[in-house]
Design a protein around this ligand. Structure first.
Ligand code: FAD
Length: 546
């Protein structure tokens, strides 16, 4: 019988343990977890702090007892693995309660130690009395009891990633005045700026004080004052530091396992490290970006779970290759949901892949059925082949479904030309006969097939500066609510009769509200011998950043 040892008992580790047992009733499986809890719901922690999840027990998906019994596992909590001897195939384990260190042998070793919050040496950080990071149940207990007992009125969240925004909402839910300080010019790095900007506006609408493009320089007065690089001073009663995570790689490093540039444990497609008896999974590893093929790190629960199962299969000779991570993710930010899959423009630029973009703004379901809300959906693709590189969506409803459909399309190797042909479920409360994903497919197909050409929101200023021609085809009442200053207003229904007002020797840049009428207008202009381009996503995409 084999002896399989697992380091880390939460997302990846416990998934691997359960699958190993289901594949083999006989092997010895030992799972080490340095904390008290195994298999807890990391992703639920912010909602327990905020009060949406009422019972602490609900976070404990499995306990040491329940999981040991169900899967016949030797689970040892409060047990930190502190060393690996690869030659002898042994590990050193420290009982963190008694300090005792002992050895344990293994035939196969799985590392799933996760990633821990980055805590930089910001001046004053050690004196800050109410400064927290959030990763596990003890962190959660600390934050919750501080809020319950001290009733803080103000909070500063440092870092506007998924955890930062979820916490900002939940602290606001607890009645606090919340400030987010984010070094970059946008929150949620996996998005591009025009998608993130919708969230910026919403955060401000909700009364969150959002500071972008500015980092924390120091904490003063025991952490009751946050000083930013730009000299802002924010009084606060608590601080949540959520500026990212770094892989727990010390064990792997000491054992001379290969690490990537950013410290992730390197594995092959079977999740094996450079030692064939040591596997690694989850937040601690470097994986291949599914879209562009480059090494990257994506600390999310789906990859950890998928890899946990695959690693068990591989140990039992059922070869399952892990094909890479697309980074499909979603978050609730107050009344909005925001989701993304695949690569964004920033990543594609960095790795040197040419791409085209479309923005559409369809309704979440039929407009005549109550409760429909707009979806801002962006798809990034290859202009020649239609290959889908990524998508982003923001709105109040139906966001998860659209991004999941596109994520499935990417995995299935579909192109934007296939999206119009997806037959998706429709009745008025759910969608439209042309689903937003179909709409995105039509818009992208028009570009691949050369039926229309577009300009992007960020190109307009330069077009204006060069004296380009802009035509706004909305109705005057819409134009009155906000428009590109230099655009001449010719409502779409008057366009055919006013063609003589436009030059034939220059490109006419058309805009409407969301891009649909603009598309019709460019078609009319092209058919009449004009050169025309449509502002992709219309005024709605343009105005959110400008
Ligand atoms: P973990 O689940 O972190 O487990 C690693 C465990 O290993 C830890 O318990 C640690 O104590 C233990 N360990 C480390 N070193 C040792 C050692 N030497 N010896 C013994 N034990 C050790 N992802 C999503 O996809 N969606 C979400 O909504 C989402 N929300 C999140 C919210 C929060 C607050 C947090 C913290 C994370 C969230 N995540 C979310 C990320 C997700 O939880 C992780 O990607 C996932 O848990 C990674 O699994 P893992 O097994 O690699 O690491």
């Amino acid at each position: 019988t084999k002896k399989i040892v697992i380091v880390g008992g939460v997302a990846g580790g416990s998934t691997a343990a359960a699958r190993l047992r289901r594949l083999d009733e006989k092997s010895e499986i030992v799972l080490f977890e340095k904390g008290e809890y195994i298999s807890f719901a990391n992703c639920g922690l912010p909602y327990y702090i905020g009060g949406t999840i009422k019972e602490r027990d609900a976070l404990l998906v499995q306990t040491v007892e329940s999981m040991s019994t169900r899967y016949n596992l030797d689970i040892r909590n409060f047990s930190e693995v502190v060393g690996i001897n690869r030659e002898n195939q042994t590990i050193q384990v420290k009982n963190v309660q008694t300090g005792e260190v002992y050895e344990e042998t293994y035939d196969e070793l799985i590392l799933s130690p996760g990633a821990r919050p980055v805590v930089p040496p910001i001046p004053g950080i050690n004196d800050a009395k109410a400064l927290f990071t959030l990763r596990n149940i003890p962190d959660t207990d600390r934050i919750k009891s501080y809020i319950d007992n001290e009733s803080p009125k103000r909070a500063v969240v440092v870092g506007g990633g998924f955890i930062g925004l979820e916490m900002a909402e939940n602290l606001h839910e607890r009645g606090m005045e919340v400030t987010i300080v984010e070094m970059s010019n946008q929150v949620l790095a996996p998005l591009d700026i025009e998608t993130a900007s919708i969230i910026h506006k919403h955060l401000e609408e909700k009364g969150v004080n959002l500071i972008l493009g500015d980092g924390v320089k120091a904490f003063e007065n025991n952490g009751t004052k946050v000083i930013t690089n730009e000299g802002k001073e924010i009084e606060t009663d608590m601080i949540l530091l959520s500026i990212g995570v770094r892989p727990e790689n010390e064990l792997a490093q000491k054992a001379n396992l290969n690490l990537g540039e950013r410290g992730g444990i390197q594995v092959n497609e079977y999740l094996q490290t450079n030692d064939p008896h040591i596997y690694a999974i989850g937040d601690a590893i470097e994986i291949k970006d599914y879209v562009n093929g480059n090494p990257t790190m994506v600390p999310l629960a789906w990859p950890a779970n998928r890899q946990g199962r695959a690693v068990a299969d591989n140990i039992y000779g059922k070869k399952v290759s892990y094909k890479g991570t697309m980074g499909t993710s979603i978050a609730k930010v107050f009344d909005y949901n925001v989701a993304t899959t695949g690569n964004n423009e920033k990543t594609l630029k960095r790795v040197g892949i040419d791409y085209e973009v479309i923005h559409v703004h369809p309704a979440s379901h039929a407009g005549y059925y109550p409760g429909a809300s707009p979806i801002a959906l962006k798809v990034i693709f290859n202009k020649e082949t239609g290959k889908i590189y990524g998508a982003q969506a923001v709105g109040m409803d139906g966001i998860d479904k659209r991004i999941d459909v596109i994520a499935t399309a990417i995995k299935g190797g579909l192109t934007v030309l296939d999206l119009p042909d997806l037959e998706l479920a429709y009745a008025p409360p759910f969608s439209s006969a042309k689903d937003p994903v179909n709409m995105a497919g039509y818009a992208a197909t028009n570009i691949v097939e050369g039926t229309t050409e577009t300009v992007q929101w960020h190109e307009i200023d330069e077009i204006v500066a060069n004296g380009g021609i802009l035509v706004d085809v909305r109705n005057p009442d819409e134009v009155a609510k906000g428009h590109i200053k230099e655009a001449k207003n010719i409502p779409l229904d008057q366009l055919r009769n006013r063609l003589e007002e436009l030059p034939k020797d220059q490109t006419i840049h058309v805009n409407c509200q969301v891009g649909l009428r603009g598309y019709v207008a460019t078609r009319i202009l092209q058919e009449n011998g004009f050169k025309a381009k449509n502002l992709d996503g219309g005024w709605k995409t343009y105005q959110v950043v400008n």
